[in-house]
Write a protein that binds this ligand. Structure first.
Ligand SMILES: NC(=O)c1ccc[n+]([C@@H]2O[C@H](COP(=O)([O-])OP(=O)(O)OC[C@H]3O[C@@H](n4cnc5c(N)ncnc54)[C@H](O)[C@@H]3O)[C@@H](O)[C@H]2O)c1
Length: 256
């Protein structure tokens, strides 16, 4: 491991840490030396990730929370700082999807996607920023999507929410760069997680056929959550010390 990738002694909060990209990020950041707060709605999944990290000799605590709620975001930040120390890294990976055109999207679908995908990233950032600003140091990494940069079919609310995450990233980076806080995002392409398989079900498509279609990109396959986690860990670490306000596309060349 290069010294730049070393996160020893840093405290990282990862939302959506029970599954997929968030889970892989928790495991990787812990292997790089971070003390990790695993945050998720899913109590069993979140606790299992914290146990897995401990079994590898790392340090992690699970905090059950609904990060679309401001009260939960405030509690997670307070409890993490009391238990693990000042937060140096926030990764906003919690997310939900709904596959449908605008005509196939209810008010409830729209509000849920906005509340989790962009609302939670905003609320968690707002909760960690005062401490990071006081210490003059911090890194926030948002998990947006390739569909935050280009549109996609039957995903109106999802594309809108992810475009908003990209713009939130840029605006936060501008406001808090002078405070020593870097804010970046990753834009993954199709990545093999429970969410991707849920999309196949929502579209009424055969799962294997859907995954094969998603592999149609220059590298000829979908991504693994671990590959997205590598990009997140780099953005969170000192190797990215001059990187802020940027979107790192991790998609096997799909957008190319
Ligand atoms: N899988 C892909 O192909 C893909 C592609 C681009 C972007 N993304 C984004 O990556 C992120 C992670 O997705 P994933 O594929 O790992 O999905 P996933 O479904 O495996 O994991 C998402 C996690 O977020 C948690 N979560 C949802 N709502 C929450 C809330 N209100 N509070 C706390 N936790 C909550 C879920 O319980 C789950 O553990 C999401 O933001 C997603 O939009 C995924």
């Amino acid at each position: 491991m290069s010294e730049d990738a070393d996160l020893t002694g840093r405290v990282a909060v990862v939302t959506g840490g029970a599954s997929g990209i968030g889970r892989a990020t928790c495991l990787l950041l812990a292997r790089r030396g971070a003390r990790v707060a695993v945050v998720d709605l899913d109590r069993d999944g979140g606790a299992a990730v914290a146990t897995e990290i401990a079994a590898e000799g790392g340090e992690a605590l699970f905090f059950p929370a609904d990060v679309s709620r401001s009260e939960d975001c405030g509690s997670v930040v307070g409890e993490t700082e009391r238990a693990l120390g000042p937060i140096g890294v926030l990764v906003n990976a919690a997310g939900v999807i709904h596959r449908g055109s605008a005509l196939e999207t209810t008010d409830e679908d729209w509000e849920r996607l906005m509340a989790v995908n962009v609302g939670a990233a905003f609320r968690m950032a707002r909760a960690v920023l005062p401490g990071m600003i006081a210490r003059g140091r911090g890194a926030v990494v948002n998990v947006a999507s390739g569909w935050g940069l280009v549109g996609g079919p039957r995903a109106a609310a999802y594309c809108a929410s992810k475009g908003a995450v990209v713009q939130l990233t840029r605006a936060l980076a501008i406001d808090h760069g002078p405070d020593g806080v870097r804010v970046t995002c990753v834009c993954p392409g199709d990545t093999d997680t429970p969410m991707l398989r849920q999309e196949a079900r929502e579209l009424g498509e055969d799962e294997a056929a859907f995954l094969a279609g998603a592999a149609d990109r220059p590298l000829g396959r979908v991504g693994c959550p671990e590959e997205v986690a590598e990009a997140i860990a780099w953005l969170a670490g000192e190797g990215a010390s001059f990187v802020t306000g940027t979107c790192l596309v991790v998609d096997g060349g799909g957008l190319a």
